[in-house]
Design a protein around this ligand. Sequence first.
Ligand code: PEP
Length: 253
Amino acid sequence: MATRSKLVAGNWKMHGGLMQNQDLLKEIIAGTVGLREVHIAVCVPYPYLSQAQLLLQDTHVYWGAQNVSYYAQGAYTGEVSAAMLVDFRCRYVIVGHSERRASYGEDSATVALKFNAAQAAGLTPILCVGETLAQRESAVTEQVVAEQLDAVIESEGINALAKSVIAYEPVWAIGTGKTATPAQAQDVHAFIRDRIAAHDLEVAASLKILYGGSVKANNAQELFGMPDIDGGLIGGASLIANEFITICRAAKN
Ligand code: PEP
């Protein structure tokens, strides 16, 4: 069986400022130094990529972005291409975050195009999937997650997933303070892994599946202890140095 190292990735969303970023990043570097077995990343707003690169290069902390255009270049005002992210030495890019699906009309086909653009440029996409509260209450969580996952598998092929990260993020748990119980999260993570295993056992065994949705210092360890949870995508708590550092430490096996 493949042993999967853990990944803790911060999603700063539209937060930050040059001064506060500097303090936060320096504290994260200092607070997680020596935590070799845990991969740590921060996904920052585009304007701060240069600052992230400057402060994080030559450290153990990776950085990335929260969105990417599926176009390579051209008259697409306001868009940012994957090649531009590579210029700033990003390693990761989040694609299909529920906030983008809900507020910017990104459907699964669009997300698959973004996933493709990211990988073609050499970035590691963090593909977000997850159901709304209404969908969970209607017992269609698995169908929703399957549709979101299958759109990428069908367009990119199963081997593309081997070079990506999945984040299961129940929409009802994002920014709400409501966390999925470890058992609820594990059930969906196992479903995702099984669905991938139906295509390719090796890809399924090695793929990191993160949990996201109100992960905090006080619940991370229990979540990360579940067999199919390989770390977290952290929103609000990634903006507070001590919280984020504690979450990173909780990912240590
Ligand atoms: C997120 O934005 O991906 C997220 C999980 O947010 P939060 O941790 O604040 O729920």
